[in-house]
Design a protein around this ligand. Structure first.
Ligand SMILES: NC(=O)c1ccc[n+]([C@@H]2O[C@H](COP(=O)([O-])OP(=O)(O)OC[C@H]3O[C@@H](n4cnc5c(N)ncnc54)[C@H](OP(=O)(O)O)[C@@H]3O)[C@@H](O)[C@H]2O)c1
Length: 268
């Protein structure tokens, strides 16, 4: 039996690429989609993809009236948490691509998922190269005690920092807490010039036209420096394979798991 998927944000930049990716599989089927602007239409008609015949609804609550195995959240920070909780309460597992969720949001999602005995896989970035950035940075943090993160994105990205950088900072906090030589609250000058403290890391968000999404982490120790940088391209294609893998594997999880490597064997 194919895995039944409900996709919130199916007409968006990331969601439409994923919907087309699902249409090409034999083991996944889209049963409902969410988009306010296209509610009442068939998704295939909106995307020009005849293999997608599922209905589009204005809200996740309406779409979740269709029974589904996995709910995929790819909309906007303002509605993401409520959508995920609604899906868990209806017995679906959830795959989360939307950025902007806080540590507190994730804690709440984790406790509801555990109560419902369901899995949630949230990835700030489903691209393989971004997963590698996280792994390489975790390794570097074991040996180099101080770093700061620069988060670059297009000027109209509403949330900051990006989901990629939030996830990166959360993961590094499990390795160690970097300690700046001059404590941040003793900065001479505007405190904001030292960035935001996110899960213990200093993060500097740049929102300038011309960027897609990039993340750079700079590790330093006396007389040496290491930079690790990830740059997204302009299409959403790199996220599709990772999200498909997450949909296929999320039912093997219970509770919240962050990062695609929760279900990806990277060896080592
Ligand atoms: N994890 C990853 O790898 C990854 C990759 C790319 C993007 N993202 C994140 O995914 C999210 C979506 O990005 P995007 O670039 O695809 O955005 P987008 O192009 O603006 O698409 C958003 C989609 O969600 C729908 N939507 C937005 N607000 C809604 C609401 N209140 N209720 C119902 N539907 C709503 C939109 O349709 P309507 O406007 O018609 O409602 C549209 O289908 C962002 O948070 C982004 O940072 C994550």
């Amino acid at each position: 039996m194919p895995i039944k998927v409900c996709l919130a944000g199916a007409t968006g930049w990331a969601g439409s690429a994923l919907a087309r990716g699902i249409a090409r599989t034999a083991d996944l089927t889209l049963v409902a989609a969410v988009s306010r602007a296209h509610a009442g239409r068939a998704l295939g008609e909106v995307l020009g993809e005849s293999r997608l015949d599922c209905p589009v609804y204005a809200s996740a609550t309406e779409a979740l009236a269709h029974e589904c195995d996995v709910f995929v959240e790819y909309t906007a920070p303002a509605v993401a948490k409520a959508n995920i909780l609604a899906a868990l309460e209806r017995g679906a597992h959830a795959v989360v691509g939307t950025s902007g969720l806080t540590t507190d949001d994730f804690e709440e999602i984790d406790s509801v998922a555990r109560f419902q005995n369901r899995g949630v896989l949230a990835a700030g970035n489903f691209a393989l190269t971004a997963v590698l950035l996280m792994k390489f940075a975790e390794l570097a943090a074991r040996f180099v005690p101080y770093w700061e993160i620069i988060d670059y994105a297009h000027d109209d990205k509403p949330d900051a920092p990006s989901g990629t950088v939030r996830e990166l900072a959360a993961r590094l906090s499990k390795v160690r807490t970097p300690e700046p030589t001059v404590p941040i609250d003793r900065t001479v000058g505007p405190r904001e010039s030292r960035g935001a403290t996110v899960s213990g890391s200093q993060v500097h968000s740049v929102r300038v036209p011309g960027y897609v999404i990039s993340a750079e982490i700079v590790f330093g120790m006396p007389d040496q420096r290491l930079s690790i940088r990830h740059d997204s391209g302009t299409s959403a294609v790199p996220y599709v394979e990772g999200a498909l893998l997450a949909i296929r594997k999320v039912s093997t999880l219970v509770g919240l798991h962050r990062g695609l490597d929760s279900v990806l064997d990277l060896g080592g």
